[in-house]
Structures are given as structure tokens and as C-alpha cells.
Design a protein around this ligand. Structure first.
Ligand SMILES: [Zn+2]
Length: 223
């Protein structure tokens, strides 16, 4: 279960890993906490109903990777707060889905290489972590969930994407093209496709001699 802030976050942060999970036969679903109403690339015509556009783009991008279950919560893009209301809503969704592995953003990443991380990204990570422990696994938290038939659930692993300090890496070079195809489904975000693809090429990392590889890094917690 991939839980992040905005449409396009899954493909940008861990698209290669998601593609790998699907290939290996795992059931993958997304939960996006906002519909990305405020995010648009420069030059995209001022869109009416941007949230509807972005929901559709996200469904198309997910489908490219083989993910057909994409859910959204109704928090406002840019205004995400790690409060009890958010924790409860996310905890409810995790108890419904009952995932073995949850992937989200590392909430400790405030800035990196001269760039400020979007506050929604780290806030989403904080909300997810606070939901998993202790609320999802302890039936004394949000007892009304029991009346909804949502029993406590133990998540086994937490994968924090774009971590401050990685302890796990996946070489997902073989999924590079598929990830790019999925990203291009986010038409309102990528701008001119040729230019976008050129920028993306610099994101590959050189490893193992001269060979260009694409690696996704995580802080992986076995709970
Ligand atoms: Zn985002």
C-alpha cells in the first residue's frame, strides 16, 4: 500500500519499485491524501477542475505500472497537517486494506541538495507513521472502527521513500522505461515531454563502472 500526498508522487518517488512489486505478483494499491488541486506545470493552460484532471492522470499512470486500485482522501493540496483527524482517516484506510508493506515518504526530509521538500510530502509520511503505530495495530485506538468491522492490523514493513539516510536500495533499471511512460501520463505536470525526458535522464545514477543504472533508495523498517 503506497500512501503519499499528491497524484504523481508514487511514480516520481518509487515508480520503479512499484513496477517491480507488480511484476513479482504482489497486489499494490495507492492512497493519495490530496487530489493535487494546486500543482500544475508552467505553461499548462489554466485548468478548470484540476483535481478531476489529476485524479484521471493518476489512474492512467497507475494502470501503466499495473496498479488498478487508486483511492484519494479529500485533504487540500498544500495544507496537509499531521493532526488526529488525518491520522484517523489514514488509519481507517490501512485497516480496510490490511497491507503487509506500507510505503510512504520519509518525514525527516525537510531539504536536500539545495531544494526544499514539499511540506505535504513529509507531512504525509508523518501521518502514515503515526497511524501505523500505535493506532492501526491497537484496537483501543479509534474504537468506533470495530463497529465498522475494521479490526486491528499489524503492518510488517514500512518503506520510507526519498530517505535522509537509506538502508536499502533497489536497482530498478529494468523498469526505467515503464516508469517514464507512467510519468508521462501526468500531462498537467510534466510540461514539454521531450524536455522532461531529457531532465529525467540525469536522474539515473552511475554505478558498477560506466553503466548507467537507476536505483530507488529507502529507509526500510521491519516492524
Ligand atoms: Zn508531490
Amino acid at each position: 500500500m503506497v500512501i503519499l500526498a499528491h497524484p504523481d508522487d508514487p511514480e516520481f518517488f518509487l515508480g520503479g519499485t512499484i513496477a517491480e512489486w507488480v511484476k513479482q505478483g504482489h497486489e499494490v494499491s495507492y492512497l493519495l491524501l490530496t487530489k493535487g488541486q494546486r500543482g500544475v506545470s508552467p505553461g499548462y493552460p489554466d485548468p478548470v477542475d484540476l483535481d478531476k484532471v489529476r485524479v484521471r492522470e493518476q489512474q492512467n499512470a497507475a494502470a501503466k505500472l499495473g496498479v488498478n486500485k487508486v483511492d484519494f482522501l479529500d485533504f487540500q493540496d498544500g495544507y496537509l497537517v499531521a493532526d488526529i483527524e488525518a491520522r484517523k482517516k489514514v488509519a481507517r484506510e490501512i485497516r480496510k486494506t490490511r497491507p503487509d508493506v506500507v510505503a510512504t515518504f520519509d518525514p525527516l526530509l525537510i531539504y536536500q541538495r539545495g531544494r526544499i521538500n514539499h511540506p505535504d510530502h513529509r507531512t504525509a509520511g508523518q501521518i502514515v507513521i503515526d497511524a501505523i503505530f500505535p493506532a492501526v495495530g491497537n484496537s483501543a485506538f479509534f474504537p468506533e472502527f470495530l463497529e465498522e468491522g475494521l479490526l486491528a492490523h499489524q503492518v510488517e514493513e514500512l518503506w520510507l521513500s526519498v530517505p535522509v539516510e537509506a538502508n536499502f536500495e533497489l536497482d530498478v533499471t529494468q523498469n526505467w522505461q515503464l516508469r517514464l511512460e507512467a510519468l508521462l501520463e501526468h500531462v498537467s505536470q510534466v510540461g514539454e515531454p521531450a524536455k522532461f525526458l531529457e531532465i529525467m535522464e540525469t536522474k539515473r545514477q552511475t554505478r558498477w563502472g560506466e553503466e548507467m543504472r537507476y536505483v530507488e533508495s529507502f529507509r526500510r523498517l521491519i516492524l
